[in-house]
Write a protein that binds this ligand. Structure first.
Ligand SMILES: *Cc1c(COP(=O)(O)O)cnc(C)c1O
Length: 435
């Protein structure tokens, strides 16, 4: 359940009409609902309450400082995949000792920063990374807490770009290699293995992959303990799917009911790394129609949000619901089901101004009649939206607004041309005298 609702044909974010935000702050504009974010956090806390979960919000889904601060204030822990993300967490008021550090390519410098900050654990993804963590920790006279990232070899049944838990994935290690590496860990004084980590993929909409992974976790954790490792954490990763279209994803409580019995069987504390499920449906991207254009049989709606603002449709062929922010009287309400024919609509390709054929937000999308100046809402854009935004075509990145009830907070101002050019102005400085 999110807090974007139509009242009298007008889209609201909580108590604020979205059209007012677009007038005041311009477009393209990301608008987030704080209540939706907190509802999702609460739903996770409640569903897994029996095993006292440590909910490590996955910062890469949406790393806005305003959102991190909101989550930190409400008891969220964090999952980071870079030194930069760890820095954000600390600046936003999150606790390093409740932060797990994942990622396949940690540099020595990032490992050192994380040791100094005192992260809860490193999710170690390869033999070579273990060596790096051990070496950096030894040099600094520290003992690094680690969890091995194990691939349970289950198929998450999601898009191939966001599937990570199969044997041949670039992430983590298969079970045999993990167990061999665990043997070796015993002889390394500068690391201590306190957990076991899995993350099998993203946008997982069924419970079976999580159940399969958790069943394997029980066995692996028993084997690690038999070797003498003090395993007290089972980190199940993230990946809970959300509804982009209709009701395709299982509810959080259903994931919990299959996973919790296995967690109990491990006797471990549960950590998890949810990203998308916390913020995905808590954000929309608001754009304004610039032009309509017909080309052959195709109708194009050219609006001011582009692939540099939201790359998911171009990158993963993702579906986002799109609907006018203000629906003219007599025209249909936003559909619950896009597969069905919607009266009063016609198919449009919703595209942006960028010079790439891949610059689209939707193809052949049923929409009511629209004209220059009309506003569109692109739904479910809170996760993997703004974090992947770029300045391609020298487009300043969108502003971000966090709404809570009647309160409106600008959590990122719109970029200016100066913001974009600043780091390059060195190029225009007089050339140094040659020797
Ligand atoms: C991306 C990622 C997550 C978050 O995934 P969601 O699908 O957004 O929940 C969690 N853990 C790791 C290691 C990741 O790489």
């Amino acid at each position: 359940m999110d807090h974007f609702r139509y009242h009298d044909n007008q889209l609201f974010c909580e108590d604020i009409p979205v059209a007012e935000l677009a007038e005041k702050f311009g477009t393209p504009l990301y608008v987030y609902s704080a209540t939706t974010i907190l509802d999702q956090l609460k739903a996770l806390q409640t569903a897994f309450a029996e095993v006292e979960p440590l909910i490590c919000y996955s910062v890469k889904a949406n790393s806005n400082l305003g959102i991190l601060k909101l989550l930190a204030e409400h008891g969220s822990a964090f999952d980071v995949v870079s030194g930069g993300e760890l820095h954000r967490v600390v600046v936003a008021g999150g606790k390093a000792n409740q932060t797990v550090f994942a990622g396949v390519g940690k540099t020595d410098q990032e490992i050192s920063e994380a040791l100094h900050a005192g992260v809860l654990m490193f999710n170690v993804e390869s033999e070579a990374e273990l060596d790096a963590v051990a070496r950096v920790a030894a040099k600094e006279g520290k003992v690094a807490p680690i969890a091995l990232r194990v691939n349970p070899d289950v198929d998450p049944k999601t898009h191939r770009y966001i599937s990570t838990g199969k044997k041949e994935s670039k992430f983590g290690m298969d079970i045999d290699r993990s167990l061999k590496l665990a043997e070796r860990v015993k002889s390394i004084g500068s690391v201590t293995m306190i957990g076991m980590h899995m993350h099998i993929g993203s946008q997982i909409t069924t419970v079976e992959p999580h159940a399969g992974a958790a069943a394997k976790a029980v066995e692996i954790i028993a084997q690690l303990r038999a070797m003498g490792h003090p395993i007290s954490w089972y980190n199940m990763g993230g990946g809970f799917g959300i509804n982009y279209k209709g009701h395709e994803a299982k509810a959080i409580a259903e994931f919990a009911s299959v996973v919790v019995p296995y967690v109990k069987a491990t006797g471990c504390r549960l950590a998890m790394e949810p990203g998308r499920v916390v913020v995905g449906n808590a954000g929309i991207l608001v754009s304004r129609v610039l032009y309509t254009k017909q080309s052959g049989e195709k109708r194009f709606l050219i609006q001011d949000a582009a692939m540099n603002d939201l790359i998911r449709p171009a990158l993963y062929e993702s579906f986002h619901r799109i609907w006018p922010v203000v629906v003219p009287p007599g025209l249909p309400a936003p559909p619950d089901d896009y597969e069905a024919a919607i009266p009063g609509t016609a198919p449009w390709d919703v595209v942006g101004p960028i010079c790439e054929s891949g610059d689209f937000l939707a193809k052949d999308r049923s929409l009511p009649p629209l004209d220059r100046g009309d506003l569109l809402a692109v739904f479910s854009a809170g996760a993997y939206g703004m974090v992947m935004a770029s300045n391609y075509n020298t487009r300043p990145r969108a502003a971000e607004i966090l709404v809570s009830g009647r309160e409106v907070h600008v959590v990122r101002r719109r970029e200016t041309y100066d913001d974009l050019l600043g780091p390059e102005l060195v190029a225009l400085e007089p050339a140094p005298a040659s020797h």
